[in-house]
Design a binder for this molecule. Structure first.
Ligand SMILES: [Zn+2]
Ligand SMILES: [Zn+2]
Length: 379
């Protein structure tokens, strides 16, 4: 797009982003030097930052955009209010954008925040001009969530809710603790800027910085640092391939507090129907990715065609073993649930499963060795 036919600037957004940024940097620093802050300011900063962040990740993103679980109306109202506090537009608008992002990821003409249009554009630039003006008429890619009264209530009252949370709440806290300007700066401006930019990192940094353990079909990356800043959303490579999984960080050691929140709420009946992709599919994607790397390595070796054929053969064997293990595991769980088998049959099945597990472990070790040393495929 040439400079002359760029769409018009959205002055409201520019004013909000620039104004809050200046207040959060210069204003907060000046006030701190001149008057200082108390522990109350910082505690409320943390609380409000978490409230905004989790409302976006657990609510806007994993609940409404991707429908990875169901939530009790109480949870939905909390997320709707927290989302207005995060000032990232209504649930309906946000989810519509996000669904288009997933559907057309990296397509510069269709993805609203395509990372291929550069860091600045995907981070914030896409919101500074009327790039999407023609798109929002009926939010037709979000017909399903339009049936949720909480979504429509928040969409209708988005502006008063956003004002209440972003102006009313800091004023209220300021009056409570006797420091109006201090709370306006810390909870009004600093919290908003931190919340905005950490979320925006998912569209920008999480598409350029990190690893791609599952797929290279798009630019999304897994990044532990970003996961830490974004309540678990940094495992973006996993998320783009398995968007219907309520988890983003699937390993126990991966930092994904959004997943922990959704899971722990399910123990109290506040969330339900948590969707997970089968471990077979996840493992298969990981293996396919290592196969891709091994093939690239093998190309430069002598007799590369034969090496590639051998690696592919090993890959197929491993995947079929994986499937066998997965099927047997499912069978075990099903039988245990329905208690259909006799005790000795169940014991036999679990011995089989253990054997298969050991075999699979060995196969995986061999596979790892092979993909690191592809020339050994011929030996
Ligand atoms: Zn993305
Ligand atoms: Zn998503």
């Amino acid at each position: 797009m040439s400079k002359t036919n760029k769409p018009p600037i959205i002055w409201l957004n520019v004013t909000i982003f620039l104004g809050t940024f200046l207040l959060a940097t210069l204003g907060v620093t000046w006030y701190g030097i001149a008057y200082g802050y108390t522990a109350h300011h910082w505690v409320w900063l943390v609380i409000s930052f978490i409230f905004c962040g989790m409302s976006i990740t657990a609510g806007y993103h994993r609940l409404w955009s991707h429908k990875t679980y169901n939530a009790h109306p109480v949870m939905r109202y909390i997320f709707a209010i927290g989302g207005a506090f995060a000032l990232q537009n209504s649930i309906l608008h946000w989810s519509s954008d996000h669904r288009v992002h997933h559907k057309h990821v990296d397509n510069n003409d269709k993805d609203p925040y395509s990372a291929k249009r550069g860091f600045w554009y995907s981070h914030i630039g896409w919101m500074l001009r009327e790039y999407q003006a023609s798109r929002y008429t009926d939010y037709k890619n979000c017909r399903d969530i339009q049936k949720d009264p909480v979504v429509m209530w928040q969409h209708k009252y988005y502006v008063p809710l956003a004002l209440l949370m972003n102006v009313g709440l800091p004023i209220g806290l300021g009056l409570l603790y006797g420091d109006l300007l201090g709370f306006m700066l810390v909870i009004g401006a600093l919290r908003l800027v931190l919340s905005h930019h950490t979320t925006f990192f998912i569209n920008s940094l999480a598409h350029v910085w990190g690893s791609q353990p599952y797929t290279t079909k798009n630019t999304a990356r897994d990044n532990g640092v970003l996961a830490f800043l974004t309540f678990g959303e940094g495992y973006h490579n996993f998320h783009h391939i398995f968007e219907h999984d309520y988890r983003n960080g699937i390993r126990w050691w991966q930092f994904d507090p959004t997943k922990w929140l959704i899971k722990s709420c399910s123990w109290f009946g506040l969330t339900s129907d948590l969707k997970r992709v089968s471990s077979y599919k996840i493992e298969k994607a990981r293996l396919a990715r290592t196969l891709q790397v091994a093939k690239i390595k093998a190309v430069s070796l002598p007799d590369s065609d034969r090496i590639v054929a051998m690696i592919e053969h090993e890959f197929q064997l491993l995947v079929s073993k994986l499937k066998e293990y997965d099927d047997l595991k499912k069978q075990c769980i099903k039988d245990a649930k329905h208690n259909v088998k006799q005790k000795y049959e169940q014991a036999l099945l679990s011995i089989q499963l253990e054997q298969l597990e050991r075999h699979l472990k060995l196969k995986k070790q061999q596979w790892r060795h092979l993909v690191n040393n592809p020339q050994q495929a011929l030996s």
